[in-house]
Design a protein around this ligand. Structure first.
Ligand SMILES: Cc1ncc(COP(=O)(O)O)c(C=O)c1O
Length: 393
């Protein structure tokens, strides 16, 4: 870490893309031992680094995208149409037309999209598409996405479009991240099978969405109010339930993990620029990074934070909060646990920052951090040094 920080500067992300693939494979294998027809798609929005996308594709996984911008990214890294699944609540007529023409799997999110799809396609070549369902899981969490079949008018409208023959409903989709336990995935599957019955369709795939938990390190596990199933046990439970409900030759089961396969694939290294003593005996540390780089979604749980120190230092009995350059009182990166007192010049490592970090980190006050790949042994992108330039910058 010291050598990389000295070679490339800080703040610096460290990525190990082999961890992403290992998690994807673990999930796939766990389901496949119980139910063979399974496909795992990588949720592109969760981390845009092209090195990850290329690694995931090369390992035989598909990309789940939610916009034209992400479609362009998928194409940039060489994804073929069959390797892409298009979700998301906002699709333009051109998006629908291109998916239809190029044979990209797509889940429609609204009646408006469904009607649009039916005007694009013909009876001779119906639009093969999936429906995102706005099902309510048993914990009562209502989704603002997808189509609610409990609404009679929506159900009738879907049936009418289907009966007109221009679309062919080949899949069902739902996504919730409010629950991550294995039982909730069985619940999702049951709800989709109910929906298939109400629509009188025989879907080719049932897409259970993302929401799979990452395996938390002890520092995070201690703060969670719920347990996270291991990928093996989650996958086996889903697979067993699929087999019980569908037999051994049912539709493909899809999962779209983001955080579950990404969180532990990246760390973030910063240099401490100041450690301030406070009158109450506590200390506050400031680093050259940004809270936006490690927790842009402002989760209440900060990533674990470790001090790299090689000298015998005084020990502090109070945790030391770590802030960055973003000058807002709430922008805390993490907390050093009790231990050696940090001092300016020390390096700190924040772990478990692979999901919703790089792709969401804004160009706000602190420049974009560099990214180094531990598996490819190369700098994937340098630290952004360019000043603000151009119109409106
Ligand atoms: C449709 C869909 N699939 C998959 C994901 C990935 O979710 P997670 O990171 O919770 O696995 C998301 C995230 O919001 C999503 O909206």
């Amino acid at each position: 870490v010291r050598r990389l920080a000295s070679d490339f500067g800080t703040p610096l992300y460290l990525l190990d893309a082999t961890r992403v693939v290992a998690s994807l494979e673990r999930l796939r294998a766990a389901i496949a031992t119980e139910y063979a027809s399974v496909e795992i798609t990588y949720s592109v929005k969760s981390n845009y680094l092209t090195h990850i996308l290329r690694t995931v594709l090369a390992a035989g996984f598909r990309l789940e995208i939610v916009s034209r911008r992400e479609l362009d990214l998928a194409r940039l890294v060489g994804a073929q149409s069959r390797q892409i699944l298009f979700n998301g609540p906002v699709k333009s007529p051109a998006d629908l037309r291109d998916c239809y023409r190029e044979g990209i799997d797509l889940n429609v999110d609204s009646l408006e999209e469904l009607h649009l799809a039916s005007t694009i396609s013909t009876i001779d070549k119906p639009f093969r598409l999936g429906l995102r369902l706005a099902t309510t899981l048993r914990n009562g969490s209502v989704s603002r996405f997808g189509l609610d079949l409990d609404d009679g008018e929506t159900l009738e409208a879907i049936r009418a479009v289907r009966d007109a023959g221009h679309i062919h409903i080949v899949g069902l989709h739902l996504h919730h991240s409010s629950r991550r336990d294995a039982a909730s995935y069985c619940d999702r599957l049951d709800q989709m099978l109910d929906a298939a019955e109400r629509l009188a369709i025989a879907p080719e795939y049932l897409d259970l969405g993302g929401g799979i938990g990452s395996i938390p390190p002890p520092e995070i596990a201690a703060k969670l109010t719920y347990a996270i199933d291991s990928h093996q046990s989650l996958g086996a439970t889903i697979g067993r339930h699929a087999c019980a409900r569908l037999g051994s030759h049912g539709p493909r089961i899809l999962l779209e993990p983001g955080i579950g396969v990404l969180a532990d694939a990246m760390n973030y290294v910063v240099t401490l620029v100041a450690v301030k003593a406070r009158a109450n005996g506590a200390a506050v540390a400031v680093a050259d990074g940004s809270a936006m780089d490690v927790n842009p979604l402002r989760s209440a749980i900060h990533p674990p934070c470790f001090l790299l120190t090689d000298s015998a230092r005084p020990v502090t009995n109070a945790p030391v909060p770590l802030y960055g350059g973003t000058c807002m009182e709430i922008d805390q990166l993490g907390t050093f646990d009790v231990g050696h007192l940090p001092q300016a010049g020390d390096l700190a490592v924040l772990t478990n920052v692979g999901a919703y970090s790089v792709s969401l980190a804004p160009d706000f006050i602190v420049p974009r951090a560099a990214v180094y790949s531990l598996d490819a042994h190369q700098l994937l992108r340098p630290r952004q040094e360019a000043p603000f330039t151009g119109a409106g910058a």
